[in-house]
Each structure stands twice: as C-alpha cells, then as structure tokens.
Design a protein around this ligand. Structure first.
Ligand code: NI
Length: 254
C-alpha cells in the first residue's frame, strides 16, 4: 500500500498563498499522499473553492471556527448552508469549542456548535470537531445532540479514557504533529491504545509540524511522520496502519 491520507489540512489561511500551497500539493503527491481533507475555516479561502472542487486529491470541509462565531449573523449561517449544498463538501467543520483563545465567548460558541451540528444532521454530513481546553463541554454537547453521520475529534489531545467515551458515541479520533512531541505522554498513551478502527492521522498544516521538522512551516507531506510515529508506538507495520486509516477515512467521509 503506497499511499497516505491527511484527514485535516488548511490552505495557508493568513495570506492565502496559492502558489506555495500548490507547491505543497506537488510535494505531497510525490510523497505518496492520495487524498487530503481541505478544511476551509476562513472566508478568504472560499475564493479558491472553484479551483479545487473537481480535483479528486481534495475532499472539502467548511464550517465556522469557534473563535469566529461571535461575529456571525443569520445571513452567515444561510450562506454556509447554501455553500454546503452547492459544492461537493464531504464534511462540516471545523466546528467546536475553544476556551483557550476565546474564553469570553463560551456561551456563543456552544450555541454556534449546536446550530452547526443540527445543520450537519439536516444535510447528512459528518462533522470535524475542534476542542481546546473544552473537552467535557464538547462531549456533553455531542452526547445531547446526535449527528447521524458522526464525525472526528481533530488533533485530539485528551486522555485515553475520554477518547473511549467519544468512540462510544461513534466519533473518530485524529492525531496530528503534537503526538510526536516530547513529554506528550497523554497523547502517546491514547494513540497507542485506542481502537484502531477509530483512528485517523492528519497534519493540520500549516500548523503543528511533527518532529523532527518541528519549527518549520508544516505541509501535508509531513503526515507520513505522524503515521510512522504511531505505527512505531503500536508496533504495527506501516502498511497495515495506512490500510486501516484509509478504511476508517472512507467509512467516515466516503
Ligand atoms: Ni484545523
């Protein structure tokens, strides 16, 4: 099995450097990446939808990032729904709760999260979940508001016990670069022991570059470092891990 799937990556959102991104894509294809879930969390990125929508290399996701939801109105939600229907989106996200960067908007974030879960359920889309310093509230909301197609806890950094609870609800657990960081015992323990049928790998590029490239700008080709690290942890053949993750990805987003 030659290929890797990156279940979460971004166009470089700050300056939307398409040329740079195209360079990343070229490198990713050369490195054996078959598919990436391209997450549009910034308005400006939407401008390139038409360029990527017919390319089978990309799966597409869009949703309102928790730190931005205090600036939204009903028209924004109507536009989100319209886009999700008009374009071949495979997921709604990333959505969720971020109490690290936006502790002052907790109530609005919860409301926006629930509203988008309901939209995903209505449209029959899985969700991509961002949870930072907000794992218990995220769990409580997911438990109370079922999404038929479920979703994934992206860049998961919680405990093994909590991961098992998310899996019981039907949610997948995705690991990014931080699992490779020193002293990240919680993530290591979790990536080592969770049910392999619910495991995904991602870069969250251009952020969170895995070891040994930490410090550089991240790109989707680096997802192989996450796979190699987790295969090592689990004492698994790399090809077997790729097959498992590809099957999981298909089951969730296919
Ligand atoms: Ni992300």
């Amino acid at each position: 099995m030659k290929y890797f799937i990156d279940s979460h990556t971004h166009i470089t959102n700050e300056n939307l450097d398409i040329a740079l991104y195209q360079e990343d894509v070229k490198k990713a294809k050369a490195a054996g990446i078959l598919k990436v879930m391209l997450v549009f969390s910034d308005r400006k990125e939407i401008a390139i939808l038409d360029k990527v929508k017919d390319d089978p290399f990309f799966d597409l996701a869009h949703g309102f990032f928790p730190c931005d939801v205090d600036r939204l109105n009903d028209d924004d939600y109507a536009e989100l729904e319209k886009l999700l229907i008009e374009y071949p989106f495979k997921a709604l996200g990333e959505i969720g709760l971020d109490y690290h960067w936006s502790p002052e908007t907790k109530a609005i974030q919860k409301e926006a999260f629930i509203r988008q879960i309901k939209l995903a359920d209505k449209l029959g889309l899985p969700i991509i979940i961002h949870a930072r310093e907000a794992l218990q509230d995220t769990y409580d909301i997911l438990k109370a508001h079922n999404n038929r197609r479920k979703g994934v806890m992206h860049c998961y950094s919680g405990s093994l016990e909590m991961a098992k609870e998310f899996i019981k609800l039907g949610y997948y657990i995705s690991f990014a670069g931080p699992v490779t960081y020193k002293n990240n015992r919680k993530s290591v323990e979790c990536a080592k022991a969770i049910d392999i049928d619910y495991l995904l790998c991602e870069t969250d590029a251009p952020y969170l570059t895995p070891v040994p490239k930490r410090g550089e700008r991240n790109e989707t080709a680096n997802v192989q470092l996450v796979y190699e690290f987790i295969a090592g942890l689990r004492g698994m053949d790399l090809d077997d891990l790729k097959k498992k993750v590809a099957a999981n990805y298909e089951r969730l987003f296919g």
